[in-house]
Design a protein around this ligand. Structure first.
Ligand code: PMP
Length: 429
């Protein structure tokens, strides 16, 4: 059916004023006017179950975040050039969630800026320029960070210093850990050798710890280890991009890299950090910042300002007080278990995978070729949207259903999601 007239008019106004660089979700776009918990509301008052948005990770319009921001806004909002106890309290608490080797945190407004700073420090500390990423990686929007974000496609050329390795796709490269490890080790060695052949030393390997844009690859746990061994042997650093999996979403741990039993040299984070208030960060092994700190004055006007820190503190408090990590794990296990049951024998669903409330469902044309089927995935995404359940798709071919709700997603919410997915998937038979 047709979009409501006011919505059509707003889409025309949007095109006129925002221009052609933006995209809308869904064949039938949504106009959202309000959010609460895991629910979004459109102009007509229809409710949508949010199974997509990880930024409001403690839930849309969480009262504790609102209060914290409101109170801080009434008191003071200023920058990191003044001593403020709130940023010290927050930094100490944030660092306590990370391995002890990671000792300094620097604040930015976006994940892109955090990755930009991380790479700048990595290049400075190693004296090298080379960067290795996975084939479907996205790390952000600055010119520098876009140059190592292959998911942006042919319109955004990779830097001459950038090499790409396969995504850790255990389904397609192997189902057996040692074979996947060997595959990844061979890939990263070849990338390092190719950089060397061009006279480029390795500065860093950077990876989203859950490989969201690559297609969501959480396991088998440990597959990052051989890559990092090779990277360190070549004198490079390992940057864990936690913008998507961070802050407990994967359920078992605070950070996605932890499931691989490794310690990064730098960790970046963003999206859920302030539940929608712009705050992001890069965390470093202190030794990496010694020379950088002597020679480079770093000031980010809004990064880590008083209000952003108040929001971030409230988010940390809510994750703990509402046991959202435990919830992520419990509800995530239920979603994966029930999806596996209902897709058994359905050859277009090659695999359900993920960790906590970050679940991918790999849609293929058939079980023997495992050819990614982005069209069918898009159809499912749009069918669910018609049922007012909001999901998305990722992966190089857009063939992996992405289920990534706020961490307050309940068992009942999961039932609603699974029933809708069941109806949609059944049409594949
Ligand atoms: N890294 C990853 C893995 C991301 O998913 C994103 C955003 N989609 C970014 C970095 C960039 O973050 P931002 O949009 O806040 O700049």
């Amino acid at each position: 059916d047709e979009l409501p007239a006011p919505m059509q008019e707003n889409i025309r106004r949007r095109d006129r004023s925002l221009g052609p660089g933006y995209r809308l979700f869904y064949d039938k776009p949504l106009e959202i006017v309000r959010g609460k918990g895991v629910t979004l509301f459109d102009r007509e008052g229809n409710e949508y179950l949010d199974v997509y948005n990880n930024v409001p990770s403690v839930g849309h319009a969480h009262p504790r975040v609102i209060d914290a921001v409101h109170q801080q806004m009434q008191t003071l909002n200023t920058n990191t050039r003044y001593v403020q106890e709130s940023i010290l309290n927050y930094s100490e608490q944030l660092l306590s969630t990370l391995p002890a080797q990671l000792g300094h945190v620097m604040f930015t407004c976006t994940g892109s800026e955090a990755n930009d700073l991380a790479m700048r420090v990595a290049k400075y500390a190693t004296g090298n320029q080379g960067v290795i990423v996975t084939a479907g990686a996205y790390h952000g929007l600055t010119a520098e960070v876009a140059s190592f974000s292959p998911s942006l496609g042919a319109g955004v050329p990779l830097g001459a210093n950038v090499r790409v390795i396969d995504a850790p796709d255990a389904l397609r490269y192997s189902s057996d850990q040692s074979t996947l490890d060997d595959h990844l080790r061979t890939q990263v060695r070849a990338a390092i050798a190719d950089l060397q052949r061009h006279g480029i030393g390795l500065a860093a390997f950077i990876a989203d710890s859950i490989f969201s844009s690559d297609g969501i690859f959480a396991g088998p746990a440990g597959f990052l280890r051989p890559i990092i061994e090779e990277v360190h042997a070549a004198g490079g650093l390992y940057i864990a991009d936690e913008v998507q999996p961070g802050f407990g979403r994967t359920g078992e741990e605070w950070w996605g890299f932890q499931r691989h039993g490794i310690v990064p040299d730098i960790v970046t984070m963003g999206k859920p950090m302030g539940n929608g208030i712009p705050i992001a960060a890069a965390v470093f092994k202190p030794e990496l910042l010694v020379e950088f700190g002597k020679n480079i004055r770093y000031f980010n006007t809004f990064g880590g300002n008083s209000v952003a820190i108040a929001a971030a503190q409230a988010v940390l408090d809510v994750i703990r007080d509402e046991s959202l990590m435990k919830n992520s794990l419990k509800v995530g296990v239920k979603i994966q278990t029930e999806l596996r049951q209902l897709t058994q024998g359905l050859e277009q669903v090659a695999e359900t995978r993920g960790s906590g409330l970050f679940v991918g469902v790999d849609i293929v044309t058939d079980a023997s070729s495992l050819t990614p089927d982005g069209d069918t995935a898009a159809r499912i995404v749009n069918e669910l949207r018609e049922e007012r359940i909001l999901i998305s798709a990722s992966g190089a071919q857009g063939n992996v259903l992405k289920l990534r709700p706020p961490m307050s997603f309940s068992m009942n919410d999961a039932d609603r999601l699974i029933e809708a997915l069941d109806r949609s998937l059944r049409r594949l038979h």
